[in-house]
Design a protein around this ligand. Structure first.
Ligand SMILES: C[S@@+](CC[C@H](N)C(=O)[O-])C[C@H]1O[C@@H](n2cnc3c(N)ncnc32)[C@H](O)[C@@H]1O
Length: 292
């Protein structure tokens, strides 16, 4: 899925490349390029083959807070790693600075892997970065990753759609500034035949619950919270919409947490790990240790 940078007529020359000499902006490993790579939800086994190949050949890797240590372990020793992570209240590197850094690294002729948690184009600000790269004439490609919804739901035994239970699924942001109400179309979200997946919804969980119920969603709708899905720290709380904020608080779940609301969550009892259990990878490791 290689892309050519758009808006080349407006773009300033790429520093260090002779500017107009670079006419073909196809992203290859032989010319300055930023590979925006999805790192998936945490389990390194969920990386794409392409992601692993690019990590092995990168000159420099710029990574986010949600990229798991196990994924970073795949970067060869000696490859520079630059942390550009952001925590909700503690902005390590402003977005504008990250954008400029990517242009600078590519301009210096480095093969840059910009590694982002999940999928770069799902609530990851990946498109802000590629928009900036395009405006500055830097070639880029986007390598999709498994987004938290797919990875965490599978790890918790929750199908996002299921015949007779859900006709569709919606990925929704649960994030807004602390002093601001979530500005969502609650009436359209309160559909009993649609699975709702809230990213970044932990801090606003009471508001999400109250607004959905006020908009008509049954308080008894099954709901789940998955913390650090697909990693050894995974924990899953399954309950009802009305009880979700209290159960999550009691369990002491901490970010990253993904919220899944909808009838499909009832399948977790049949298809999922035991509640609050460890993911398969860790269970297998424990079984091997017990056997040995
Ligand atoms: C800024 S968004 C990035 C989403 C990412 N681009 C993706 O496609 O998964 C961060 C949110 O994704 C969710 N998330 C990402 N990884 C997760 C994981 N392993 N377990 C639970 N939630 C996760 C959480 O809701 C977290 O607050």
């Amino acid at each position: 899925m290689c892309r050519r940078a758009g808006r080349q007529d407006a773009a300033p020359p790429l520093p260090g490349t002779g500017g107009s000499a670079v006419t073909d902006r196809t992203c290859t490993l032989r010319r300055p390029c930023v590979h925006l790579v999805g790192a998936g939800p945490g389990d390194p086994e969920l990386l794409t083959v392409k992601a692993v190949r690019l990590l092995e050949r990168a000159d420099v890797v710029v990574y986010d807070r949600l990229v798991s240590p196990d994924v970073l372990d795949l970067v060869p020793a000696g490859t520079p790693l630059i942390y550009a992570g952001k925590a909700a209240a503690d902005h390590h590197m402003p977005q504008e600075e990250i954008n400029k850094l990517l242009v600078k690294l590519a301009g210096a002729g480095r093969r840059v892997v910009r590694l982002k948690g999940g999928d770069p184009y799902v609530f990851g600000r990946g498109s802000e970065e590629t928009e900036y790269l395009a405006q500055h004439g830097v070639a880029f490609e986007v390598v999709p990753g498994i987004t938290a919804a797919g990875g965490c739901a599978a790890a918790a035994g929750i199908p996002l759609t299921h015949r007779g239970l859900a006709k569709g699924v919606r990925f929704v942001t649960g994030h807004c500034r602390a002093d601001v109400e979530l500005d969502l179309n609650w009436e359209s979200l309160a559909d009993p035949e649609t699975t709702l997946v809230f990213y970044m919804g932990l801090a606003n969980l009471p508001q999400i619950r109250d607004r959905l119920i006020a908009a008509g969603l049954d308080p008894a709708t099954p709901a789940a919270a998955i913390m650090s899905g697909t990693t050894p720290r995974q924990r899953v709380v399954v309950t009802t919409l009305t009880e979700l904020p209290e159960r999550v608080a009691e369990a002491g779940l901490r970010a990253p947490v993904l919220i899944v609301i909808g009838a499909v969550v009832q399948m977790a009892g049949l298809l999922g790990v035991d509640l609050d259990e460890r993911p398969a990878a860790q269970t297998e490791a424990r079984e091997r240790a017990d056997a040995g």
